[in-house]
Write a protein that binds this ligand. Sequence first.
Ligand SMILES: Nc1ncnc2c1ncn2[C@@H]1O[C@H](COP(=O)(O)OP(=O)(O)OP(=O)(O)O)[C@@H](O)[C@H]1O
Ligand SMILES: [Mg+2]
Length: 246
Amino acid sequence: MKQWNELTTAGGTGVHPAGPIIAARGLTRVYPLEACEVIGINEVDLEVRAGELVVLKGDSGSGKSTLLALLGGMDRPTRGCLIVAGQDLSTAGVWDLTRFRRVVVGMVFQSFNLLPTLSALENVCLPALLAGVSYGKVRSKAMELLAWLGLESRVHHLPGQLSGGEMQRTAIARALINDPPLILADEPTGDLDSANGHRVMEHLGELNRRQGRTVLIATHSTLADPYATRTVRLKDGGIAEMTWAD
Ligand SMILES: Nc1ncnc2c1ncn2[C@@H]1O[C@H](COP(=O)(O)OP(=O)(O)OP(=O)(O)O)[C@@H](O)[C@H]1O
Ligand SMILES: [Mg+2]
């Protein structure tokens, strides 16, 4: 994906001095149901520069998850223009979308989405193995990531043998294994107690501040607020307010 290569630096941080990593214009997702249509998001214009940490807020049903799914190439817009890391996601073919999801985006979900029969280490390795990287390389990188997240003593545990916070940190390691420049997290602290929520946010904040990754977090919690470079408030599928940190 040529455009994505152009956005990476030699260090692979995903920081590019010029131009947005996300550019959305008139972005709309309508869910057609049998009796009616439901608006997920409506006419959203949003630009995010590489290196920002954007917190998406808004009432339940305001469109946060819908927007993240579109930005992550997991869903298609009904209309509007969406370019992420140089890839036009409104027109991309299936193959380009698959590559985009593998190379550009690391997704972190509230419900972790770990495979229950694989160990923490194997869960983390999987996306890189699917991308064709050798097991030796992947394993040592996965071990490094899990150690960075404080999980070195849990690498051989199955998800069912981990706490919620440990599962979420494993899911973060998995999201990072392919070095994505863009991290999208949907309620990453929603199922965690306050101490684990803080810990997860510290890691997401560090990925942004120290490593320059672009991070978008949809959340109802205030835990992400100290790390935000910008807060975007959604209402009824549209952007109601944007606030930049000082
Ligand atoms: N697959 C779907 N089919 C139909 N409607 C949907 C679908 N997914 C979301 N919606 C609707 O789109 C709107 C936005 O939903 P979305 O999940 O993006 O909200 P949200 O801001 O993430 O809410 P929450 O804070 O509860 O997670 C809601 O009205 C929702 O009912
Ligand atoms: Mg949601």
